[in-house]
Design a protein around this ligand. Structure first.
Ligand code: API
Length: 261
């Protein structure tokens, strides 16, 4: 049975969008189906799947990583999801989107979109090991778990083929790991190994975690805009006076069609 899909990306973190308004097209969305959809040769290709289900008078974003695992939240994905709702479902901006990490507000920002990502939890020090080398890291939750590592050179992280070793007691469900270098005042660049997806070109929740940790390290006043360069582009993040992370970045729908994967 074929059904509609769309393909979109935010700073080249790419996703398969599955419209499923009454939740009957995809059932529980088995992990093997997610993996098949995200396959970059035999499938459509993506770092994850955004399933759109109506809930009450709103929409719920059911996010799955490309390995089929469920995650609470996806920062680049929610901008793509909002673009889909606006362009195809006629939802106006600003709009509220329900996620496993609560309700997020999305608004237009010129050609880009701004997501209110909520309040981060800064959870202290940890460590991760990559290619036999152990790095101190900061543990931050931005709806999902992150370990932020400052390095002198992004190439230090190597090929990032495997999930960096981490403390399972702190991260029992795994962790997204960001490697960060400074590029200037309130300007950093990062690479990311995403839980459930591997190295991706960008991670919105990760960029928020990086901006929060860097802002603390800089003792920057709240409201200071941070520029976070990712391999797939640039995200802008402001950690506001009331503690919320506002992330602005692109959200592009690149294709739509039918599939029976
Ligand atoms: N891999 C993440 C979810 C996707 C996050 C990322 N794509 C983003 O833009 O926030 C996790 O399992 O927590």
């Amino acid at each position: 049975m074929s059904y509609p899909f769309l393909k979109g990306h935010g700073t080249e973190n790419d996703f398969v969008v599955l419209p499923d308004p009454d939740g009957t097209v995809h059932g529980d969305l088995a992990p093997e189906r997610v993996r098949a959809l995200c396959e970059r040769r035999a499938g459509i290709g993506g770092d994850g799947v955004l399933r759109a289900v109506r809930r009450g008078d709103g929409w719920f974003m059911d996010y799955r990583n490309s390995d089929g695992s469920v995650s609470e939240m996806c920062g680049n994905g929610i901008r793509v999801f909002a673009r889909y709702l606006h362009e195809r479902e006629g939802e106006p901006f600003p709009m509220e989107i329900q996620t496993r990490d609560g309700v997020k507000t999305l608004d237009a920002a010129g050609d880009e979109l701004t997501a209110d990502m909520g309040i981060p939890e800064v959870l202290g020090e940890t460590a991760v090991t990559v290619m036999g080398r152990t790095y101190p890291a900061r543990h931050v939750s931005t709806g999902n778990p992150h370990a932020v590592v400052f390095v002198d050179n992004l190439a230090e992280a190597g090929a990032l083929q495997e999930e960096p070793e981490h403390d399972d007691a702190i991260f029992p469900e795994g962790v997204n790991v960001e490697f960060v270098v400074r590029r200037g005042e309130h300007h950093v660049a990062m690479r990311v190994h995403e839980r459930g997806a591997g190295e991706t070109r960008s991670c919105g929740t990760g960029a928020c975690a990086v901006a929060v940790v860097t802002s603390i390290a800089d003792d920057a006043p709240r409201g200071t805009p941070y520029r976070v360069d990712v391999p797939g582009g640039t995200l802008s993040i402001v950690w506001t006076d009331d503690g919320r992370m506002l992330m602005t970045g692109p959200a592009v729908l690149v294709a739509e069609g039918e599939t029976d994967l």
